[in-house]
Ligand binder design. Structure first.
Ligand code: HPA
Length: 236
């Protein structure tokens, strides 16, 4: 038990999917898991454990942004012994070549967040995905015919910028292809505690072209992304 999680020791599987949205955690458990049981509902930040193809797996909502994700991830690792964390989320597009519905595998995560920068003093730490999970996700996406891009993600602390897209010109010029709000903190905590992490995102809104996913496409591409994440989770 923690202040944010009333699950007991052993309630989480060693591998956990991390959507931001609690209702997406519920949907993942109800749609994909066998024998799903609720293990956490503190703040309605829902967590479930069940099996997928006979293997134990959990899902825990992370909330939005790096501070919220950091609390859940820190506790999943240090209180519940979780070893593999796979974020499943959405991202904005920062490169016209990345189309809505495409998957972005966050090979690395650039950030404006003091939650990462504050740890390293003079150094610019490079938060990176676990190579084995990244390779597995790329291979499985390719085999399933999914369009995916592995590259540098921006994990921003800011959704609504005071002065337009400040800094967002320079980042795409340096190969950053998507923007979301969690991966850099996830990768930094995984590095700190020697566990494995990957963020997989569906691109839902392109900041360059203005293209947006529609509701039906959103649902089917989320299904594809979660299936991919679960296949990676159980086979590593
Ligand atoms: N910005 C930040 N996070 C996001 C976005 C975005 O445009 N789209 C989906 N997640």
């Amino acid at each position: 038990m923690t202040p944010h999680n009333h699950a007991k020791a052993g309630d989480y599987a060693e591998v956990v999917l991390l959507p931001g949205d609690p209702l997406r955690a519920k949907w993942i458990a109800e749609t994909f898991f066998d024998e799903a049981r609720l293990v956490n509902s503190v703040r309605n930040c829902l967590g479930y454990t069940g099996t997928y193809k006979g293997k134990p797996v959990s899902v825990q909502a992370s909330g939005m942004g790096q501070p919220s994700l950091s609390i859940y991830v820190h506790e999943l690792i240090n209180t519940y012994g979780v070893k593999t964390l796979i974020r499943v989320g959405t991202c904005g597009g920062l490169n016209a070549k990345v189309k809505v519905r495409d998957l972005v595998l966050a090979q690395a995560a650039t950030t404006d967040s003091s939650i990462v920068k504050g740890r390293f003093g003079a150094f610019n730490f490079a938060p990176i995905a676990d190579f084995g999970l990244l390779r597995s996700a790329a291979e499985k996406a390719e085999a399933a015919g999914m369009t995916y891009h592995a590259g540098n993600m921006l994990s921003s602390d800011i959704f609504y910028h005071a002065n337009g897209m400040a800094g967002y010109d320079t980042l795409p010029q340096h190969g950053v292809i998507g923007v979301e709000m969690e991966a850099a903190a996830l990768y930094t905590l995984a590095a700190r505690f020697d566990v494995r992490a990957l963020a997989i995102c569906t691109m839902t809104d392109c900041l360059i072209t203005g293209a947006e996913i529609d509701a039906e496409e959103r649902q089917s591409s989320l299904k594809e992304m979660v299936t991919l994440a679960l296949e990676v989770a159980i086979k590593g």
